[in-house]
Design a protein around this ligand. Structure first.
Ligand SMILES: N[C@@H](CCC(=O)N[C@@H](CS)C(=O)NCC(=O)O)C(=O)O
Length: 217
């Protein structure tokens, strides 16, 4: 199996966390020609990372990839068996994909030197803070995001909370975990887990390299 991924991508990172958790023998490769390139679109017409080459098909979309890992390699489960508990985990992964990531992503151009209207940024920041408050209200008191076990919910949230903590201050906002005790406690646990520590290291190194490149050094 081959996972098209770049180290900084929060969506690709959530799949690497699931793969590392399950100890999968997986080849990591950057998209040929880069994300969105014509060459890569021959492989994944959406042009986005991640995409998984299973050997018999290409699966795009991070959550589909993680659910495929779960279906094909159930030995170290990242989804509970009880339907209610499964729905709870998926409520976090959907919250992440549909509501938490998009308003931050909409502001990325500003981080890469493009001008965005301040009113647009202000609107997105209000949206992000609201989503983070919603997340805080939903987090379990039992250790991990959706309960007592590490699940796909934790895999989905980790790389984007890394982004929030690193990028929100550039928009004059406090880091995501500040003033949110449940999120802060969860973030502490995330620092100590092998799979998430490894991916946060990969994202951190990639961010540092990008920032050096932006500063021309
Ligand atoms: N819904 C997609 C989002 C993937 C996505 O937006 N990936 C970004 C990198 S974090 C990307 O490939 N951007 C390049 C592009 O949109 O052309 C998923 O869950 O996999």
């Amino acid at each position: 199996m081959k996972l098209y991924s770049i180290p900084l991508s929060n969506f690709a990172s959530k799949c690497r966390i699931a793969a590392y958790e399950k100890g999968l023998d997986i080849e990591l490769t950057e998209p040929p020609g880069g994300m969105g390139s014509d060459e890569y679109k021959q492989i994944n017409p959406l042009g986005k990372v991640p995409a998984l080459d299973t050997g018999s098909q290409i699966i795009a979309e991070s959550e589909l990839i993680n659910e495929y890992f779960e279906d094909r390699f159930p030995e170290k489960p990242l989804l509970p068996t009880d339907p209610e508990a499964r729905a709870k985990v998926r409520s976090f992964t959907r919250l992440h994909d549909l509501y938490l990531d998009p308003p931050l992503r909409a502001c990325f151009p500003k981080l890469f030197g493009q001008d965005l209207e301040q009113s647009f940024i202000d609107e997105k920041m209000v949206e992000i803070q609201g989503r983070l408050d919603h997340l805080e209200s939903q987090l379990s008191d039992d250790g991990w995001a959706a309960g007592a076990d590490f699940t796909l919910a934790d895999a989905a949230l980790t790389p984007t909370i890394f982004f929030m903590n690193n990028f929100l201050p550039a928009f004059g906002q406090k880091p995501a975990i500040e003033g949110r005790p449940k999120l802060a406690a969860w973030w502490g646990k995330i620092q100590d887990r092998e799979s998430t520590k490894r991916v946060l290291g990969e994202q951190g190194a990639a961010l540092e390299a990008l920032q050096k490149q932006q500063q021309g050094g």
